[in-house]
Design a protein around this ligand. Sequence first.
Ligand code: COA
Length: 256
Amino acid sequence: MTDLVLTSLEDGVLTIALNRPDKKNAITDAMYASMADALCEGAVDPDVRVVLLRAEGESFSAGNDIGDFAMIAMSGRPAEEMAVFRVLKALAHFEKPVVASVKGVAVGIGTTALLHCDLVYMAEDARLSAPFVNLALVPEAASSILLPARIGHVRAYEMFALGRAVDGVTAAAWGLANAALPAEVVDQAATDAAKALAARPAGALAATKRLMRDGAAIWAHMQVESRVFGERLMSAEAREAFTAFAERRAPDFSKV
Ligand code: COA
């Protein structure tokens, strides 16, 4: 079976690449588990100086696999057991620099994970969205505080509640990315930046990141969000949203 998450280490840069392009790199529980393993190992491996997040194919990620959401909702399994929470915990506490290369769509966690990256390079025509309410869910990955802090309440609310998608040029103007570039040069720009960081003193980089963000507070907020998210996952509204996605129709929330 093809590896759905690819990892490689070169010149101090650990690349973690989503590799499910036929499903727009929608992320399954097993993929989160691989990502979490890579992040946790990278955090303590002295040969890893920087992490680069990217994706194979035309899309960064269509977000959490909606089939997985539906399965968890039906199983009654606590949402906290989803491997995504290991990824979030690792990202919250990650002290080494994280660089992202984003092309195509970045939905849900495909967008909110970027709030934990230190440098973000984006295709001009990338499409960022966080349509949690459309799925009857709530924001995760501490995005309910990090996104409004970054772009302002009304823009963040519009993305969460109305599912507004934002292109790469707008994302860069709003401070969600360092640069919006032609799609064909985005990976190279991100790789160059990651290599430049790998040549910087690792101790100073880690100390700078610790001063700039409070990992413990971010993780605490992620846990608050995850309790609400877990409740929402089990709701009749969410069941309707997941069923509608599977049936390729618009959801009808008027009866739930
Ligand atoms: N979970 C599971 N499968 C997904 C998926 C997801 N989040 N996103 C896309 N896919 C699958 C589609 O079902 C389709 O599978 P198929 O070829 O077997 O039918 C394939 O990926 C391609 O997607 P498609 O919808 O045909 O591509 P598109 O270019 O028309 O639209 C998106 C792309 C991302 C806009 C659209 O797929 C979408 O809205 N996906 C859901 C995103 C989402 O809500 N994620 C959760 C956020 S919390």
